[in-house]
Ligand binder design. Structure first.
Ligand SMILES: Cc1cc2nc3c(=O)[nH]c(=O)nc-3n(C[C@H](O)[C@H](O)[C@H](O)COP(=O)(O)OP(=O)(O)OC[C@H]3O[C@@H](n4cnc5c(N)ncnc54)[C@H](O)[C@@H]3O)c2cc1C
Length: 428
């Protein structure tokens, strides 16, 4: 193995983003829009990560469940992008981020809850759109580029990442940068940079996109191709672990052996299940191109978001987000969940942001992952412009820029259900 210093250098950047999932794409585009020279490294052959390669083609709800949109910014932009030239739509009731009062009243009168602001989308078309967006903003895209090693400097207790080694078709290549975003979802860069991290096991979930004669007939009848595809599952475990086979150990998504145990078990199981069905009545059109692990490795950030932080305001919030499952639940995401003091130029985003237990789940899904990506990209720009470590940048300046980009930083206290936030009257 060659030492980092012997690997040929292929470029120097202002901001290097590792991992081209939704979080990485958002970080890269946000930084490029701010005028920085940006490199986006992606080990696969298309952008989008779990949302495209992983076939998780649903923007979960971006509203509070009472007709008010909470998540905006680049999450709204990406949602629109995902359905601009592909199937999927958001409920028509929403006008400028809200369901009008009269409409809400009509749902209430009918004893119904209003629809939530979410949509399915075509994973392949969304991947193409993300590529086009990055190209439009001048992001240097490097597909088929696996980050393997990191070059670090340490001075007076402050660690600085100088560059990364990437395995490409032509061999190892070194890319240097001033700022780094780890959006690999697995904390690959964090780990190699020595940042403290935490890991969590995964349930048995593996779904391919499928067609059936029935779903095709439904699509033809409704004139909506989106109705044609569904899921054919091997592992069917839910987010809460329901349907996880008794006795099957959780998968540790951070080890090669475990990734292979997961893939082998699920692929054999899927074939067995397919054998039980009519071979002419269905097909699996795509297998997931990456393991469908919800949580693997995340930063032990300067703050770790907790479920009990629902309805808590944070002075350093970079986004207000909502719970995708429970109506009314609102959170704010402190900048501290994306950084670790002592690492001057390294930020994380997406599913490796710091959340504990269910708060990790609320934080990692597609819309919040995009918002933490946007915040991480802009935070790198601010750190560069101000010449300060990422955790010591002027938070107000970052927040002003996020607000200018249509990110809601703080939820409205009027939307907190009565009696549910007696604990959190102060900021911290
Ligand atoms: C089973 C399941 C169901 C889900 N359901 C939903 C849902 O319905 N709605 C929803 O909103 N969310 C859902 N989620 C969560 C959501 O899909 C993800 O949390 C979100 O897409 C994460 O985005 P990300 O950009 O942070 O990470 P990822 O999507 O994991 O992207 C990371 C990217 O980095 C690349 N990468 C990794 N390591 C390296 C490396 N060393 N070098 C270079 N590149 C690297 C990967 O190839 C990938 O493209 C679900 C997740 C799972 C697993």
């Amino acid at each position: 193995m060659r030492f980092v210093d012997e690997v040929p250098e292929r470029g120097q950047y202002d901001v290097l983003v590792a991992g081209g999932g939704v979080a990485g794409a958002a970080a890269a585009v946000a930084a490029a829009r701010a005028g920085k020279k940006v490199l986006l490294l992606e080990k696969a052959q298309k952008l989008g990560g779990l949302a495209t390669l992983g076939l998780i083609n649903l923007f979960v709800s971006m509203c509070n469940g009472r007709g008010k949109q909470i998540i905006f910014g680049m999450a709204e932009e990406f949602l629109r992008l995902s359905i601009a030239h592909g199937y999927g739509e958001v409920p028509k009731d929403f006008v400028n981020g809200r369901i009008p009062e009269e409409k809400l009243a009509s749902y209430a009168a009918a004893g119904q809850l209003p629809p939530r602001y979410l949509t399915r989308f075509s994973p392949e078309i969304f991947a193409l759109e993300l590529t086009a967006l990055c190209a439009k903003w001048g992001v240097d895209l490097r597909f088929d580029a696996l980050l393997t090693r990191v070059k670090m400097d340490e001075e007076a207790g402050q660690r600085t990442v100088r560059g990364v080694v990437v395995e490409e078709k032509s061999g190892p290549a070194y890319y240097g940068a001033k700022m780094f975003v780890d959006a690999t979802g697995d904390g690959d860069l964090l780990l190699r940079a020595g940042v403290p991290t935490a890991v969590r096991g995964n349930f048995h979930t593996y779904m391919g996109l499928s067609l059936t004669l029935e779903s095709c007939a439904r699509a033809a009848k409704t004139g909506n191709i989106g109705a044609a595809t569904g899921y054919f599952a091997a592992g069917e475990a839910t987010l809460y672990g329901e349907k996880h086979p008794a006795g099957l150990p959780l998968y540790d998504g951070t080890s090669a052996d475990e990734v292979n145990r997961y893939l082998l078990q699920n692929q054999l199981e899927m074939l067995e299940k397919l054998k039980q069905t009519d071979r002419l009545a269905r097909d699996v059109v795509t297998l997931p191109g990456m393991p469908q692990f919800r949580t693997t490795r995340r930063i032990e950030g300067d703050y770790v978001l907790q479920e009990s932080d629902a309805y808590r305001h944070f002075d350093d919030s970079v986004a207000a987000i909502c719970d995708f499952d429970r109506r009314d639940y609102l959170f704010e995401v402190p900048r501290r969940t994306l950084v670790r003091g002592g690492w001057a130029n390294l930020v994380t985003a997406g599913r490796s942001a710091a959340g504990e237990g269910y708060a990790w789940d609320v934080l990692r899904v597609i819309p919040p992952a995009i918002l933490t990506g946007q915040a991480a990209g802009l935070l790198c720009c601010k750190a560069l412009d101000e010449g300060r470590p990422v955790h010591q940048t002027d938070i107000r300046a970052l927040q002003r820029e996020l607000e200018r980009q249509n990110v809601l930083l703080h939820f409205d206290d009027a939307d907190v259900p009565r009696g549910s936030r007696d604990l959190h009257e102060h900021n911290d």
